[in-house]
Design a protein around this ligand. Sequence first.
Ligand code: DAH
Length: 355
Amino acid sequence: MTDDLHTLETETAAAIEAAADPRALEAVRVGLLGRNGRLTALLRDLGKTPPEDRRARGAALNALRDRLAAALEARRVTLDEAALTARLAAERIDVTLPPPPRPQGLIHPISRSMEEMAAIFGAMGFAIAEGPDVETDWHNFSALNIPAHHPARDDQDTFYLTAPAGAPPPVLRTHTSPVQVRAMLARGVPLRVIVPGRTYRADHDATHSPMFHQVEGLVIDRDITLGHLKGCLIDFLRAFFAVPDLPVRFRASYFPFTEPSMEVDIGWDRKSGALGQGQDWLEILGSGMVHPRVLANVGIDPREFQGFAFGMGIERVTMLKHGIPDLRPFYDSDIRWLRHYGFNPLAPALLHEAA
Ligand code: DAH
């Protein structure tokens, strides 16, 4: 082999060894075998070689090209393997490590209150019933002894939908009480249900939202008395607010679907907001003995069955329990508010165990 080929081979072999990545190696290949590569130029000049030397020179050039091409390929394989090994090392996962902290969802205070109510009343033997948000006039009003043009309808001004010809328009239910009617019709008596759900009224200010939540309660059986109503609600309120000696007051009131009817107040200190302390009373819910006419409206004989019912606003008791001052952020979907007032989804509501 002539000196010039020997030099080319040594230099190229050194450059191939020195190429640290596929890109550097490709530059060596182009410098050798590309259109302006050194070996390409020598092959092109073969024609200028004296005829007697041409054959030997050609064979030497071809052999050199084969050796260098093999060296390039060997280096490429080495570099590819090294790259893969480095990547595998960098991406290795230790499955025994604890997971990195991740943003975690929180339970909305309304949902939390509903779960707590389900836990407390569940322990007293209540089932959960549900009904539609869009109600018939009959379920929302008439069956509950609120006839057309009764002033109680104005207290619960709501949103009406388009009526089918001749029929009274469907309403967005103004309370969860229509599910009393649905539950009695669907399940029959005796009956013990609570009904958490959304309700609607044409009201909007700092303490009223056009959509809010209520929970209804209904117990129908033989020989149910006012004493059952009082015991049940006192137990519930003390468990829910986690104040074992919470003062509870029953105050005569009026609802068309109960007779007698009572407003229920709890004792608190208006100034500090402390529940169970101070000299003030705060209205919490409405209740009463189910009106005989409501029972008759769903085909139940009021001489055989009696019962009590109650209804309360979930936002209101939730704000009181957790010291939440404003109603509006409940529906803003602001993650900062939820981080402050939300609940760990892995901490279940088990209030009945403490009660
Ligand atoms: N439905 C009533 C309201 O929305 C609350 C209520 C009062 C429900 C007395 C009852 C009850 O079941 O007995 O204001």
